[in-house]
Every structure is written in C-alpha cells, then in structure tokens.
Design a protein around this ligand. Structure first.
Ligand SMILES: [Cu+2]
Length: 126
C-alpha cells in the first residue's frame, strides 16, 4: 500500500528500539516505544505519514491519533496498524512552520489505556 513506503525505515527503527531495555513488570499500561516523527524532532518540511509504536498491540478501532499546530488545518486520516504494535496514518492539509503536537490515545486488547503526546517542529529552509 502507498502508506507503507517508510516500512523498511520503520523496521530498522523498531529493531533499535527493542534494545532499550526490559519492560517494567509493575507497569501494566500500554507504553509508547517510539514514533515517527520522533519526539523533539526538528523537521525541514511537513510530514505525510505518522506512526507510533507501543509495547503491545493497540486496537485501532478504540485508539486515536490526532495532530495540532499552527493553523490547525492538518489532520491524520486513515488510521491503521501495520501489525507491529503500531498505529499509522497519513497527514492531510497544510502544515505551516512551527511546533506541532501529535496526541495519541491507545487501548490494548486487554483494556489497558493510555494517552500521551509527541512534539516536533517544522521549519522549512527556504
Ligand atoms: Cu501503512
């Protein structure tokens, strides 16, 4: 599918994330393990796809991924999973320079639920 062009990159990223460390057994809630864009990223242009990874599989129908920033006209559409404990979507609409916040709310099959944010900046070079 067209959305999956970053799949190879994502697999490499995910392989790197696996080495982060053991899961805290006390923490049962679904946890964020990574994202594209990464939290704190400084981008030189708008993103067309976004993706977040967790320690377990999120239920797409119960989970959400939204984006907000200057003008608030960009939207995340077509939320789906690539079957790698992830949520993925495409970004439509204009994404002006500035600070953007991606807000995720994930519900796991066992009912675990958590929300969080990833922030990044867009600053075109010309
Ligand atoms: Cu995809």
């Amino acid at each position: 599918m067209r959305l999956c062009g970053i799949r190879v990159f994502a697999a490499v990223l995910l392989a790197g994330l696996v080495s982060i460390g053991p899961v805290d057994a006390v923490e049962a809630q679904i946890e964020l393990r990574g994202s594209t864009p990464e939290d704190g990223a400084a981008l030189d242009g708008p993103v067309r796809t976004v993706r977040v990874w967790f320690d377990k599989s999120p239920e797409v129908a119960k989970s959400t991924l939204t984006i907000s920033g200057p003008g608030n006209r960009a939207k995340i559409e077509g939320l789906h999973t690539m079957g790698e404990n992830d949520l993925m979507g495409r970004v439509t609409g204009p994404m002006p320079n500035g600070e953007w916040t991606m807000t995720w709310a994930a519900v796991a099959a066992d009912g675990d639920e958590r929300t969080g944010t990833v922030t990044f900046t867009v600053q075109r070079n010309r």
